[in-house]
Write a protein that binds this ligand. Structure first.
Ligand code: HPA
Length: 273
């Protein structure tokens, strides 16, 4: 695994002039968040050695290098999910490549279902903490010592200073930014009413099929993480409605109009060049 990460990083570093300090992962319907990036290179995942290839509808499958808000950035347009058949290690692979290339801050966006009854579809939520209910972990197996410790601390997985920064920027932009706990499930089936009630009782405000494994890998290798989710639907156990992927993508795209300026402002304020 270590060798594969190093080879992918080496391949990419030969294609770029300045090492990225900020990493961005965009989720379902949110690939457009990179529209304002001053692009220096755009590399299909299929060209990067050992990189998994994206299969989900609404995901592009390219790595973008460039600048946003004057910061050197690399952005994944499209990500890997365990429900597609990728292993947790594959899901975490790009995060580790980012860390190897010099990324210090990882910003993650995804679509999620709301569990908090006060949420509305189309709202955005900063993740303050997570519950990993995927039953998987990217750190299983021998520890990658050069990347991080065997038992990484998760007491501040979602950097509180970055949540504060996002709150401040949301206020400046006039965007209502919710905060809450994200529960990661395996998918791809959506939740039953009983599961929805269970997840809510467990303390989660939003549920999705991504983010948690990437965040575990990111924290392991010392990245500072900010995750923001687009609430595409709100699930209330007593009156569950069918969730359609078309609707999830459409609402995520709309929420992207709020997420893009928010992330841009946050990136501009990071203490990196
Ligand atoms: N459940 C799980 N993942 C999701 C949902 C949902 O309701 N909406 C968007 N991603």
């Amino acid at each position: 695994m270590l060798q594969k990460i190093l080879e992918a990083a080496e391949f990419l570093s030969a294609k770029i002039s300045s090492p990225p300090k900020v990493g961005l992962i965009t989720g379902t319907g949110l690939g457009d968040l990179t529209r304002n990036v001053e692009v220096h290179a755009r590399i299909p995942y299929s060209e990067i050695p050992h990189f998994p290839v994206s299969t989900t509808v609404g995901h592009k499958g390219t790595m973008v290098f460039g600048r946003l808000g004057k910061k050197a950035l690399m952005a994944m347009e499209g990500r890997f999910h365990v429900y597609e058949g990728y292993t947790p290690e594959e899901v975490a692979f790009p995060v580790r490549v980012m860390a190897r290339l010099g990324v210090e801050y990882l910003l993650i966006s995804s679509a999620a279902g709301g569990l908090n009854p006060l949420f509305q579809p189309g709202e955005v939520m900063a993740v303050t903490d997570h519950i990993n209910l995927t039953g998987r972990n990217p750190l299983l197996g021998p520890n990658l010592e050069p990347f991080g410790p065997r038992f990484p601390d998760m007491s501040k997985a979602y950097d509180p200073a970055l949540v504060e920064l996002a709150k401040q920027k949301a206020l400046d932009l006039g965007i209502s930014l919710k905060q809450g706990v994200y529960v990661g499930i395996l998918g791809p089936s959506l939740e039953t009413p009983a599961e929805t009630r269970f997840l809510r009782m467990a303390g989660a405000d939003a549920v999705g099929m991504s983010t948690v494994l990437e965040v575990i890998a990111a924290v392991h290798c010392g990245l500072r993480v900010l995750a923001v989710v687009a609430i595409t639907n709100v699930n209330i156990p007593e009156r569950m409605k069918a969730v359609s992927i078309e609707e999830v993508i459409a609402v995520a795209e709309k929420a992207g109009n709020k997420l893009a300026p928010l992330l841009e402002e946050v990136i501009s304020s990071l203490m990196v060049s």
